[in-house]
Design a protein around this ligand. Sequence first.
Ligand SMILES: C[S@@+](CC[C@H](N)C(=O)[O-])C[C@H]1O[C@@H](n2cnc3c(N)ncnc32)[C@H](O)[C@@H]1O
Length: 428
Amino acid sequence: MKQRGRGKEKLVYGGKGLGRLNGRAVFVPQVAPGDLIVAEETSRKSGYSEARVVKLLERGPGRVRPRCPYFGKCGGCDWQHISYRKQVEFKRAVVEENLQKIGKIKRPNIDEVIPSPSPWNYRNRVQVKVKGGKVGFFAKNSHSVVEVERCPLLKEDLEGIFPRLKELLPKLPTEPAEFHLYSSSKDEVLLKIVFPRQFKRVELELEELKELLGVNLVGFGIYRQGSSGYPERIKFFGRDFTYELVGKFKFRVSADSFFQVNRFQVGNLIDRVARGAMEHQYMLAGDLYCGVGTLTIPVARYVHRAFGVEANFSAVADALYNKDINGLRNVNFYCRETEEALKIIRENGPDLVVVDPPRSGLNEKIIRTIATLPRLRRVIYVSCNPATLARDVALFYKYGVHMERAKVLDMFPQTYHVETICFLRKVK
Ligand SMILES: C[S@@+](CC[C@H](N)C(=O)[O-])C[C@H]1O[C@@H](n2cnc3c(N)ncnc32)[C@H](O)[C@@H]1O
């Protein structure tokens, strides 16, 4: 059944527009608030419906022409049809609403919204999908590959690399499942060729590959898809790390370590977290999910001592190296899952805790451990998922740690994803 309606309500986390028809919530992808559309119901659930746009009758304010010809087919972007200013406004509203509804905070204090200095060419890394000779990205909610020639979200040296990756396919013994590319602030590129389980030998030289791809390739690795969800390394050729320069900090980042994807926003993230660490004379900062020490090392400059906890061995090796190249002697790193490091965290007893977990967020045991640390004063929670952040903030309240303020930082322009830096303090 087709229905006409104006989606003036809002955009929700997940990127869809929420409109109402006869009081019933209807979620529709690729709309902008204020659009007048004809929509067709695609599924009916208890309490709400999913629908798709059949016709756009009137354009809402803030609608723009998507820059990319693949927008709508490729699953990478959600909001290219919305002006960047509006995207940032909507992200702020999504964070606020999650903190209100899930976090049960009446009036969350969002004291700063930090748009990406550029909403294009910001991504320093990409996972390119390969299937049946096609090179590109998965379509939305699907494992079919949409072939692309360019991606305007990528750093300039990676933006048009897709046809060159396609040329590489006949030189490989079997079709890979993915190419992972990472280009650092020094324009040094690392490539992972990820094969499905049935792996055969690869006869490729670094120089040959560098010429073919037309980028400053410093190393490439052969991987196979792992059961853990992460690719498993088989062999690496050339250098398996590069460096990032962020303001006065230098970080070594290995091919298997995490680094923040928006090259224009890393400095702002570091700056805001480090400023939080400057506000008191903290004795000991614990940085959980610390990666290569991106936040631990800047924070360590303003506190007496600091330690980081990180599950990935490669990232911990980088972090240990990074503390030396940044001239710090007051930092220590533990290679552990946070869940396995609770005793270490308790014994260290930090008065400042920084957490930057994956999208799934924390759990009650971790939150209780942090919140009941005897000397705890402040928690800085960096989150890439407002829903799990809000859930965890509510749990922190249960243990006497309250939200002071939050900053919304747009790490992922053109998508619905958003980063939040939430400052909490121990009140009892
Ligand atoms: C969002 S990244 C943040 C890294 C770092 N704070 C930064 O800004 O670059 C999350 C990190 O948590 C690590 N990680 C994932 N699960 C973990 C766990 N259970 N315990 C500890 N670290 C974990 C990942 O390897 C990754 O480095």
